[in-house]
Design a protein around this ligand. Structure first.
Ligand code: PHE
Ligand code: ZN
Length: 849
């Protein structure tokens, strides 16, 4: 953790390990501050790649070590050990001591509310015992757990157990990062699933006894749906007798796909109508699916090295996106994913932390679990599928599973199955993995004698370490509409491969109106002169739901830009478009809710910056508020009817249709609250029988500076529910007026139930502070400094979460001199902190660099 001279690791330096691991036996004697781990590992020299015998190990105390039963004295350093070993197969044995109870970094073995659990991805296993902790070293694990606790779990199948001990055996060779152990006083919510070949699998969701037991049912059903879906769509069957999920309160990330024993942040699995919102339910279902899908894309086929992270993450995100689309609406899911890409991935791509989907170097791998690796990694798979077509895509996937089952694979392996299936040369396509930055696509067109031509130019701005960019292969889905709104050219996918390229459409009778980048067919930014009349036309007529939505977005962005930079009044064409969408009952409510939503304030800051305007977050905030008021006034006669129509009667269900209705109802409520003094919001709050509407009522009230009484009531009601209290902490900061946001966050840190050791609680407060754009960028600089101070405190106990949260500052160069100076000072302060973790040092260094 405290590393004086951080090393940069390069993809080009990859070398296989000099030994193979033939089997692993581990015994854990659990004790909070002195757990003993006894390992017995069979090694053989790797004849093809001879080299040093080096085992990683960090914060582990070596008690003794033996080779073939004879005591040895290895050379131990901060990072691991070396030892003289025979030139033939041998058995390594060691006993080490570790301290789970003081492990606040939440990597390796740690305790959370009295339960033991592990987190080994990416490099946490080395904090458990000495081992070649790299994903290309795979082995079969047998684990014995000794501890005076009712539930003792590890990977694979249970072998044997007795009073205070249990043994597990995982028959599938796996890298150490997929190892897991859980022990505690836990209650199981059981279920079962019969696989496509008729094998019965026992399923369990383990939680702390008590209230959490009532929050497992949804996750269990979601797990079964995921198992079935992976069989139906990808032909992938589960491969053990048992599949366990455990909910933990203290967890750095969302969840972890350990073989047969997924560990979840409790916020990503526990759900009930009273305590979880529709958005929570959707996210929980997606994460359960994601971790389950990893069983094939990640576990059965893993990554050769951490540079290949997108091999498992991009593909698994793509799969969970497909799954979510299948559960509800593909159009709505696509829009949601595009919003995430544009607001978070484009933001990363545009700043000092930009890196390729497959990075070529890193200091701390934890810093590369990014929106680029995950979400852009998924977009790259989506582009590949669009280019080769569905049939070839699934054929190539089948070949991938067949050819690489049991392998630690690379992006090259993945692309090779597509080349072999389709005969395509993917050399140029592969640039998506190597080049950072978001391509800009400039478009012009002309029409003559029945022929319409679209001209495209692509450029990708320089990113850190990559000044020159080569052209990418861009699938551009295009349709053409006639002047009266009929589709004269259904969607075709144009394959752009060069810097400049033109595409012709013949046989037209008039100049068409193009609908470009349908379904968000590539993660690029369109740059095109377009009138607001044309945008309004597409908003009304486009047959592609994504572009219909996006036309409204483009219009909103233009309207806001003029309000911010020219003090213009809200454009009536946009307001009419919004009214038309709201009135159109033929449209899916979830879609309508998205279609009337505005770009976020941070999106607007990025848009202005792209137009070479220095963004002023307060001016952006005021313009967004003013536009919302104008919208509310413009559609006030429709709002009560929408709210009434969108009431979902009967018991709460989180299904996509009900959630969609609630989301339009909530959007209407937010607008109405700006003109009715909060009456409808207070009523919604008072009558709510589920968290979605309760929180909607409360947020709406807080938004207009009311709701103190409801906020207090909410707190009293949910005082004992950690996950709901996270919402309360977050909402108070998110809804605070800009000039008060830092003060509110600071006050919350003084609350007795603020616990900086719990990442969810820390993120609730400070994630919300960073997300309150005008509050975070308040001219006083107070929010910057407050976050900086707390990040320094957190770094001493939890480097991984600290490093991730430094990204709040990644846009610092967008702003004016005063804000830049304030943010730079905070970053420099963090950088100058003595004993700063390697994680945080790398992030801050890159941002300042
Ligand atoms: N591999 C996990 C996932 O994406 C994420 C994760 C990474 C969790 C590192 C913990 C630590 O499913
Ligand atoms: Zn994943």
């Amino acid at each position: 953790m405290k590393d004086a001279s951080p090393q940069t690791i390069h993809l080009s330096d990859y070398r296989p390990f000099a030994y193979t691991v033939d089997s692993v036996h581990l015994t854990f004697r659990l004790a909070p501050k002195a757990t003993r781990v006894i390992s017995k590992i069979a090694f053989s020299p790797n004849a093809a790649f001879p080299g040093e015998f080096f085992l990683h190990g960090q914060d582990v105390k070596l008690i003794w070590a033996k080779i073939d039963g004879v005591d040895v004295t290895p050379d131990v350093t901060d990072a691991g050990l070396t030892c003289a070993v025979p030139d033939a197969p041998f058995v390594w044995e060691a006993e080490v001591e570790i301290s789970p109870a003081t492990n606040t970094a939440l990597e390796g073995l740690y305790t959370s509310n009295g339960m033991y659990c592990t987190q080994c991805e990416a490099e946490g296993f080395r904090k458990i015992t000495f081992y070649p902790d790299r994903p290309d070293v795979m082995s079969v694990f047998t684990v014995r757990i000794e501890g005076d606790l009712p539930v003792l779990l590890s990977n694979g199948n249970p072998v044997n157990s007795g009073d205070g001990w249990a043994e597990w055996h995982d028959p599938w060779p796996k890298p150490a990062y997929l190892f897991a152990l859980v022990a505690g006083d836990l209650a199981a919510h059981p279920g079962s699933f019969t696989t496509m070949s008729g094998k019965d699998v026992a399923l369990n969701i383990y939680v702390r006894p008590g209230a959490d037991e009532g929050k497992c049912a949804f996750g269990m059903e979601a797990l079964k749906r995921s198992m079935k879906w992976d069989e139906d769509v990808y032909g992938r069957e589960y491969d053990l007798d048992i599949f366990n999920i455990v909910a933990v309160d203290d967890f750095n990330m969302g969840a972890m796909e350990n073989k047969g024993l997924n560990v979840f942040n409790s916020s990503c699995v526990l759900a009930s109508p009273e305590t979880s919102t529709d958005a929570n339910f959707e996210r929980i279902e997606a994460i359960i699916a994601h971790e389950y899908f990893h069983n094939w894309t990640g576990n059965r086929i893993t990554c050769r090295d951490w540079f290949q992270l997108c091999l498992k993450e991009g593909l698994t995100v793509f799969r969970d996106q497909q799954y979510t689309g299948d559960q509800g609406s593909h159009a709505v899911k696509r829009i949601e994913d595009a919003i995430t890409m544009r607001s978070r991935q484009f933001r990363e791509d545009n700043g000092p932390l930009a890196h390729p989907v497959r990075p070529e170097s890193f200091i701390e791998i934890n810093n590369f679990y990014t929106i680029t690796v995950y979400e852009k990694g998924a977009e790259v798979i989506g582009m590949l599928k669009r280019l080769v077509g569905d049939e070839a895509y699934y054929k190539a996937c089948d070949l991938y599973f067949e050819r690489h089952d049991g392998d630690a694979a690379t992006i090259e392996d993945w692309l090779q199955v597509f080349e072999d299936t389709t005969g395509r040369d993917l050399t140029r396509f592969k640039r998506w993995y190597a080049q950072a930055g978001t391509p800009r696509l400039t478009i012009s067109d002309d029409y003559a004698d029945g022929t319409y031509t679209l001209h495209f130019t692509q450029t990708t701005p320089a990113t850190p370490g990559q000044d020159e960019k080569a052209p990418q292969v861009i699938p551009i889905a295009v349709g053409l509409l006639s002047q009266n709104g009929e589709e004269v050219q259904p969607t075709v996918v144009l394959e752009m491969t060069e810097t400049y390229q033109s595409f012709r459409f013949d046989g037209l009778t008039e100049k068409p109106i193009p609908s470009i980048l349908r379904d968000f067919s590539a993660p690029v930014i369109l740059q095109r002169e377009q009138t607001n009349a044309e945008r309004a036309f597409l908003m009304a007529h486009d047959t592609d739901p994504f572009n219909k939505w996006d036309a409204g977005r483009a219009l909103a962005r233009d309207v806001l830009t003029k309000m911010i930079t020219k003090d213009a009044a809200p454009d009536i064409a946009y307001l009419d478009g919004v009214a038309a969408i709201l009135r159109d009952d033929s449209l899916d409510p979830a879609f309508r809710a998205l279609a009337i939503s505005l770009p976020s304030e941070d999106d607007m800051a990025q848009a202005l910056h792209d137009d070479a305007v220095t963004p002023d977050p307060l001016a952006i905030h005021r313009a967004c508020e003013a536009l919302k008021v104008a919208m509310a006034q413009h559609v006030q006669d429709i709002l009560p009817r929408i709210m009434a129509d969108m009431i979902v009667s009967g018991p709460y269900s989180p299904d996509a249709k009900s959630a969609g209705k609630r989301s339009l109802g909530r959007a209407a409520l937010m607008l109405l609250t700006r003109i009715d003094g909060g009456a409808a919001a207070a009523k919604t709050y008072a009558e709510a029988d589920n968290m979605t509407m309760q929180l909607a009522g409360l947020s709406a009230l807080l938004m207009i500076g009311k709701g103190d009484a409801q906020s207090e009531a909410f707190r009293d009601q949910w005082r004992n529910d950690r996950l709901v209290m996270d919402k309360w902490f977050g909402l108070a900061v998110a809804m605070a007026p800009p000039e008060k946001a830092a003060m509110v966050a600071q006050a919350l840190t003084q609350e007795p139930d603020f616990d900086m050791k719990n990442p969810n609680r820390f993120r609730a407060v400070f994630g919300a502070l960073a997300g309150n754009a005008a509050g975070f960028h308040d001219p006083s600089g107070d929010a910057y400094r407050l976050l900086g101070t707390w990040l320094i405190k957190l770094d001493a106990i939890n480097p991984q979460t600290t490093a991730r949260m430094t990204t709040a500052f990644e846009t610092w160069r967008r702003y004016g001199v005063t804000r830049q100076t304030q943010m730079r000072e905070v970053l420099e302060n963090i950088a100058a902190t003595s004993g700063l973790s390697r994680d945080t040092a790398e992030m801050v260094g890159r941002m300042l660099g």
